[in-house]
Design a protein around this ligand. Structure first.
Ligand SMILES: *Cc1c(COP(=O)(O)O)cnc(C)c1O
Length: 357
């Protein structure tokens, strides 16, 4: 597939943010976007780069009514030798296709989608910030466009990629977060859509997250839907616990999003020779370990923060301080290792890094 490029004329280019220390997350987008259409019977057509701008959508578009929407999140980094690097990008597109199958949406052609994304990043490469910890966030998205109000899988879709500069997640060092163990609301049930990156999961999580924020917590730790007993994820991150010298995380059994960062952490800690277990872990076990001083660390993993240390876990009105409320040793070591690889500064033993410029 040939990608057509409709470039903005130089006088129409947007003003880029001057102060990289003020970059937040998700408010600023570059000059262009990559798009392609799907029509039943024709497949994926019209791969193109267009100026970034509003979409025109039929009010009856099925995504708006029945929620056929999936997305991904990855980053481009400006690193060693002023290169432009991507971290395990194929994983995101493969996961997107697994999400697509769950939502009865068409799979995307991975090579074309990746080629489109890379062309976009290179066309708008001046938007990749240069300060330490900053990056270019990449958001591939797909939704159903067919105008129709009967409930069934749609016959037409739009896939697109938008990109924008994001700030260093930790401006004042890695500050551990306070998390609230949610024992009333659930995010996802096994057999549902929890393992797909689809909009509805996030809509379902908002109420609990807002209530937790009102009480001064940063994130919600989700328990399993059936018994409210086992720890699943925290906010939009996978969750790890270090009890004694064992690293524990929930297994991928259907309700948990299979994070790329989760997978990277598992590979690295296994290589470091640590004891690693993927198993159902009861919140009661975590609390007992915290009380007896055996809970050494707890941290979330995800593309945005990489490693997010947890300093406090609150369950049924009881606060449990983790690692003295500070960043744990393993959390710090993992953060340094993964970020080092992402910016091309540490040896990439796994072939995770792809230099595109
Ligand atoms: C995206 C996401 C993650 C983290 O996935 P990464 O691939 O590591 O960024 C974890 N949980 C949820 C619910 C997510 O949406």
């Amino acid at each position: 597939m040939e990608i057509s490029v409709n470039r903005l004329s130089p006088d129409k280019l947007k003003k880029r943010p001057a102060d990289e220390s003020k970059l937040g997350f998700g408010d600023i987008f570059s000059d262009h976007m990559f798009m392609m259409d799907y029509e039943a019977g024709k497949g994926w057509i019209n791969p193109r780069i267009e100026p970034y701008g509003p979409l025109s959508i039929d009010p009856a578009a099925m995504a708006i009514h029945y929620g056929q929407q999936i997305f991904e999140g990855l980053k481009a980094y400006r690193g060693r030798e002023d290169g432009v690097y991507l971290f395990r990008p194929r994983e995101n597109f493969e996961r997107m296709n697994r999400s697509a199958l769950r939502l009865c949406m068409p799979e995307i052609p991975i090579e074309e989608a990746m080629a489109g994304m890379k062309s976009l990043v290179l066309l708008d490469r001046e938007w990749i910030p240069r300060s330490p910890g900053t990056s270019l966030y990449i958001r591939p998205t797909m939704f159903a466009t067919e105008p129709h109000l009967g409930v069934r899988p749609a016959r037409s879709y739009l896939f697109y990629v938008i990109i924008g500069p994001v700030g260093a997640y930790y401006k004042e060092g890695l500050n551990p977060v306070k998390i609230y163990v949610e024992d009333r609301y659930v995010r996802a049930a096994r057999g549902g859509t929890g393992e797909a990156k689809t909009a509805g999961n996030y809509a379902a999580s908002l109420l609990a997250a807002e209530k937790a924020k009102e009480k001064g917590f940063t994130q919600v730790l989700w328990l399993d839907a059936a018994e409210r007993k086992y720890v699943e994820e925290v906010g939009t991150m996978n969750m790890f616990f270090v009890i004694d010298d064992e690293v524990l995380t929930a297994p991928l059994d259907g309700s948990i999003l299979p994070g790329v960062t989760r997978d990277s952490v598992l590979r690295i800690v296994r290589d470091w020779g640590l004891k690693v277990t993927e198993r159902a872990l009861a919140i009661d076990e975590v609390v007992a370990a915290a009380k007896s001083g055996r809970l050494k660390e707890a941290f979330g993993t995800g593309t945005a923060a990489v490693i997010s240390p947890v300093g406090q876990i609150t369950f049924k009105g009881e606060d449990h301080i983790v690692a003295g409320g500070k960043m744990g040793t393993l959390s710090q070591r993992l953060y340094d290792e993964i970020v080092g690889i992402q910016y091309g500064e540490r040896e990439d033993r796994y072939g995770w890094l792809e230099r595109i410029d």
